[in-house]
Design a binder for this molecule. Structure first.
Ligand code: C5P
Length: 227
Protein backbone atom coordinates (compact mmCIF):
# COMPACT_ATOMS: atom_id res chain seq x y z
CA UNK A 1 0.00 0.00 0.00
CA UNK A 2 1.28 3.52 -0.73
CA UNK A 3 1.06 6.51 1.60
CA UNK A 4 -1.25 9.38 0.75
CA UNK A 5 -0.23 12.42 -1.24
CA UNK A 6 0.16 14.68 1.85
CA UNK A 7 3.05 12.76 3.46
CA UNK A 8 6.62 13.85 2.48
CA UNK A 9 7.63 12.29 -0.80
CA UNK A 10 10.01 9.35 -0.52
CA UNK A 11 11.25 7.68 -3.70
CA UNK A 12 13.06 4.36 -3.19
CA UNK A 13 15.48 3.00 -5.79
CA UNK A 14 16.71 -0.51 -5.04
CA UNK A 15 18.65 -3.12 -6.97
CA UNK A 16 21.81 -5.24 -7.02
CA UNK A 17 25.41 -3.96 -6.88
CA UNK A 18 26.44 -1.60 -9.68
CA UNK A 19 22.96 -1.40 -11.18
CA UNK A 20 23.39 2.38 -11.38
CA UNK A 21 21.28 3.14 -8.32
CA UNK A 22 23.38 5.87 -6.76
CA UNK A 23 24.19 7.95 -9.83
CA UNK A 24 20.61 7.61 -11.10
CA UNK A 25 19.18 8.53 -7.67
CA UNK A 26 21.43 11.57 -7.50
CA UNK A 27 20.23 12.81 -10.91
CA UNK A 28 16.58 12.11 -10.04
CA UNK A 29 16.95 14.05 -6.77
CA UNK A 30 18.49 17.00 -8.60
CA UNK A 31 15.72 17.02 -11.20
CA UNK A 32 13.02 16.93 -8.51
CA UNK A 33 14.68 19.34 -6.07
CA UNK A 34 14.92 16.57 -3.48
CA UNK A 35 17.89 15.13 -1.55
CA UNK A 36 19.64 11.88 -2.36
CA UNK A 37 20.56 9.47 0.42
CA UNK A 38 22.66 6.40 -0.40
CA UNK A 39 21.95 3.77 2.28
CA UNK A 40 24.90 1.64 1.10
CA UNK A 41 27.11 4.60 2.02
CA UNK A 42 25.94 4.25 5.63
CA UNK A 43 26.76 0.51 5.75
CA UNK A 44 30.14 1.41 4.27
CA UNK A 45 30.78 4.11 6.88
CA UNK A 46 29.90 1.77 9.75
CA UNK A 47 32.27 -0.83 8.24
CA UNK A 48 35.07 1.75 7.95
CA UNK A 49 34.52 2.72 11.59
CA UNK A 50 34.87 -0.92 12.66
CA UNK A 51 37.92 -1.46 10.43
CA UNK A 52 39.66 1.44 12.17
CA UNK A 53 39.42 -0.44 15.46
CA UNK A 54 41.25 -3.43 13.94
CA UNK A 55 41.14 -7.20 14.37
CA UNK A 56 40.21 -9.89 11.83
CA UNK A 57 36.69 -9.31 10.39
CA UNK A 58 35.71 -12.92 11.13
CA UNK A 59 36.03 -12.13 14.86
CA UNK A 60 33.90 -8.95 14.80
CA UNK A 61 30.93 -9.14 17.15
CA UNK A 62 27.68 -7.34 16.49
CA UNK A 63 28.24 -5.35 19.73
CA UNK A 64 31.64 -4.12 18.53
CA UNK A 65 30.18 -3.07 15.15
CA UNK A 66 27.30 -1.25 16.87
CA UNK A 67 29.74 0.56 19.15
CA UNK A 68 31.71 1.66 16.07
CA UNK A 69 28.47 2.72 14.32
CA UNK A 70 27.99 5.53 16.83
CA UNK A 71 30.97 7.24 15.15
CA UNK A 72 29.18 7.27 11.75
CA UNK A 73 26.81 10.05 10.70
CA UNK A 74 25.42 11.61 7.53
CA UNK A 75 25.56 15.35 6.87
CA UNK A 76 23.40 17.34 4.43
CA UNK A 77 26.43 18.71 2.58
CA UNK A 78 27.08 22.30 1.57
CA UNK A 79 24.16 24.72 1.04
CA UNK A 80 22.62 23.89 -2.32
CA UNK A 81 23.98 20.32 -2.30
CA UNK A 82 21.51 17.63 -3.24
CA UNK A 83 23.05 14.71 -1.41
CA UNK A 84 23.99 13.58 2.07
CA UNK A 85 27.66 12.98 2.77
CA UNK A 86 29.24 10.37 5.04
CA UNK A 87 31.09 11.44 8.17
CA UNK A 88 33.31 9.36 10.40
CA UNK A 89 34.15 10.95 13.75
CA UNK A 90 32.68 14.09 12.18
CA UNK A 91 35.18 14.14 9.27
CA UNK A 92 34.80 13.52 5.53
CA UNK A 93 35.56 9.82 4.66
CA UNK A 94 34.43 9.26 1.04
CA UNK A 95 37.71 7.73 -0.25
CA UNK A 96 37.99 5.42 2.76
CA UNK A 97 34.46 4.03 2.44
CA UNK A 98 34.91 3.31 -1.29
CA UNK A 99 38.21 1.45 -0.76
CA UNK A 100 38.80 -2.27 -1.19
CA UNK A 101 38.96 -3.08 2.53
CA UNK A 102 35.45 -1.72 3.08
CA UNK A 103 34.02 -3.31 -0.11
CA UNK A 104 35.38 -6.71 0.97
CA UNK A 105 33.83 -6.60 4.48
CA UNK A 106 30.67 -4.50 4.16
CA UNK A 107 28.39 -7.47 3.38
CA UNK A 108 29.47 -9.13 6.65
CA UNK A 109 28.47 -6.03 8.60
CA UNK A 110 25.22 -5.63 6.61
CA UNK A 111 24.14 -9.13 7.65
CA UNK A 112 24.01 -8.20 11.34
CA UNK A 113 20.33 -7.71 12.29
CA UNK A 114 20.91 -5.00 14.91
CA UNK A 115 23.19 -3.10 12.55
CA UNK A 116 20.39 -3.15 9.96
CA UNK A 117 17.97 -1.78 12.57
CA UNK A 118 20.48 0.97 13.44
CA UNK A 119 21.04 1.95 9.78
CA UNK A 120 17.32 1.88 9.01
CA UNK A 121 16.58 4.19 11.96
CA UNK A 122 19.16 6.68 10.65
CA UNK A 123 17.65 6.54 7.15
CA UNK A 124 14.11 7.08 8.49
CA UNK A 125 15.23 9.97 10.71
CA UNK A 126 16.82 11.61 7.66
CA UNK A 127 13.61 11.19 5.65
CA UNK A 128 11.63 12.84 8.44
CA UNK A 129 13.40 16.13 7.78
CA UNK A 130 13.86 16.10 3.98
CA UNK A 131 12.09 14.81 0.90
CA UNK A 132 14.48 12.08 -0.20
CA UNK A 133 15.37 9.79 -3.04
CA UNK A 134 16.95 6.87 -1.21
CA UNK A 135 18.79 4.00 -2.82
CA UNK A 136 19.86 0.60 -1.53
CA UNK A 137 18.72 -2.99 -1.38
CA UNK A 138 15.67 -2.97 0.89
CA UNK A 139 14.49 0.64 0.98
CA UNK A 140 11.15 -0.20 -0.66
CA UNK A 141 10.58 -3.31 1.45
CA UNK A 142 12.00 -3.06 5.00
CA UNK A 143 12.49 0.67 5.41
CA UNK A 144 9.76 2.51 3.47
CA UNK A 145 7.04 -0.04 2.69
CA UNK A 146 4.65 2.93 2.18
CA UNK A 147 6.91 4.95 -0.14
CA UNK A 148 4.91 6.67 -2.85
CA UNK A 149 7.24 5.49 -5.62
CA UNK A 150 9.44 2.39 -5.56
CA UNK A 151 11.82 1.55 -8.38
CA UNK A 152 13.73 -1.69 -8.86
CA UNK A 153 16.71 -1.19 -11.17
CA UNK A 154 18.27 -4.15 -12.94
CA UNK A 155 20.90 -4.65 -15.64
CA UNK A 156 22.70 -7.74 -16.90
CA UNK A 157 25.78 -8.71 -14.83
CA UNK A 158 28.11 -8.08 -17.81
CA UNK A 159 26.66 -4.61 -18.38
CA UNK A 160 26.94 -3.74 -14.69
CA UNK A 161 30.56 -4.93 -14.74
CA UNK A 162 31.32 -2.91 -17.89
CA UNK A 163 29.92 0.27 -16.34
CA UNK A 164 31.78 -0.28 -13.07
CA UNK A 165 35.18 -0.67 -14.81
CA UNK A 166 34.44 2.26 -17.13
CA UNK A 167 33.64 4.42 -14.10
CA UNK A 168 36.87 3.36 -12.38
CA UNK A 169 39.28 3.62 -15.35
CA UNK A 170 37.57 6.14 -17.64
CA UNK A 171 37.89 3.83 -20.68
CA UNK A 172 36.04 0.92 -22.32
CA UNK A 173 37.10 -2.25 -20.48
CA UNK A 174 38.61 -5.33 -22.10
CA UNK A 175 36.68 -8.63 -22.18
CA UNK A 176 38.98 -10.00 -19.46
CA UNK A 177 38.31 -7.02 -17.20
CA UNK A 178 34.56 -7.41 -17.69
CA UNK A 179 34.78 -11.14 -16.89
CA UNK A 180 36.73 -10.51 -13.66
CA UNK A 181 34.43 -7.70 -12.54
CA UNK A 182 31.35 -9.81 -13.38
CA UNK A 183 32.51 -12.61 -11.10
CA UNK A 184 33.22 -10.13 -8.28
CA UNK A 185 29.79 -8.54 -8.65
CA UNK A 186 28.07 -11.93 -8.73
CA UNK A 187 29.91 -12.96 -5.55
CA UNK A 188 28.69 -9.78 -3.78
CA UNK A 189 25.14 -10.31 -5.14
CA UNK A 190 25.21 -13.76 -3.56
CA UNK A 191 26.37 -12.41 -0.17
CA UNK A 192 23.68 -9.70 -0.27
CA UNK A 193 20.85 -11.75 -1.74
CA UNK A 194 18.81 -12.01 1.45
CA UNK A 195 18.32 -8.25 1.78
CA UNK A 196 18.18 -7.52 -1.96
CA UNK A 197 14.51 -8.00 -2.78
CA UNK A 198 12.12 -6.02 -4.98
CA UNK A 199 8.93 -4.73 -3.34
CA UNK A 200 5.84 -6.30 -4.86
CA UNK A 201 4.65 -2.83 -5.91
CA UNK A 202 8.00 -1.67 -7.33
CA UNK A 203 8.30 -0.47 -10.93
CA UNK A 204 11.00 -2.55 -12.67
CA UNK A 205 13.40 -0.74 -14.98
CA UNK A 206 15.94 -2.83 -16.92
CA UNK A 207 18.73 -0.39 -17.76
CA UNK A 208 20.80 -2.79 -19.90
CA UNK A 209 19.84 -1.23 -23.20
CA UNK A 210 18.93 2.34 -22.21
CA UNK A 211 20.96 5.43 -21.40
CA UNK A 212 21.20 6.90 -17.95
CA UNK A 213 19.38 10.01 -19.16
CA UNK A 214 16.47 7.80 -20.25
CA UNK A 215 16.37 5.99 -16.87
CA UNK A 216 16.32 9.32 -15.07
CA UNK A 217 13.61 10.69 -17.37
CA UNK A 218 11.35 7.69 -16.71
CA UNK A 219 11.74 7.87 -12.92
CA UNK A 220 11.24 11.64 -12.80
CA UNK A 221 8.05 11.22 -14.85
CA UNK A 222 6.76 8.53 -12.46
CA UNK A 223 7.65 10.61 -9.38
CA UNK A 224 6.05 13.76 -10.80
CA UNK A 225 2.81 11.85 -11.29
CA UNK A 226 2.90 10.84 -7.59
CA UNK A 227 3.53 14.32 -6.19
O1 C5P B 1 25.30 0.16 -2.62
P1 C5P B 1 26.67 -0.32 -2.20
O2 C5P B 1 27.21 -1.37 -3.10
O3 C5P B 1 27.62 0.79 -1.92
O4 C5P B 1 26.39 -1.01 -0.79
C1 C5P B 1 27.43 -1.59 -0.05
C2 C5P B 1 26.91 -2.79 0.73
O5 C5P B 1 26.01 -2.34 1.73
C3 C5P B 1 26.17 -3.84 -0.07
O6 C5P B 1 27.06 -4.76 -0.68
C4 C5P B 1 25.29 -4.49 1.00
O7 C5P B 1 26.03 -5.45 1.72
C5 C5P B 1 25.01 -3.35 1.95
N1 C5P B 1 23.68 -2.75 1.78
C6 C5P B 1 22.61 -3.38 2.37
N2 C5P B 1 21.37 -2.79 2.33
C7 C5P B 1 21.20 -1.60 1.74
C8 C5P B 1 22.29 -0.95 1.10
C9 C5P B 1 23.52 -1.57 1.13
O8 C5P B 1 22.75 -4.47 2.91
N3 C5P B 1 20.01 -1.02 1.76
Amino acid sequence: MSSDSRSPLVVTIDGPAASGKSSTSQMVAEALGMRHLDSGMIYRTVTAARLRIGGPPASWTEESVLAAASRATVAPGAPGATSFEPRLDGAECEAEIRGEAVTATVSLVAKMPRVRIWVNALVRATAATHEIVVDGRDMGTAVFPDARLKVWLVASPAERARRRVLQRTGREPTAAEVALETSELEARDLKDRQQTQPATDAVWIDTTGITQAEQVRRIVELATAKR
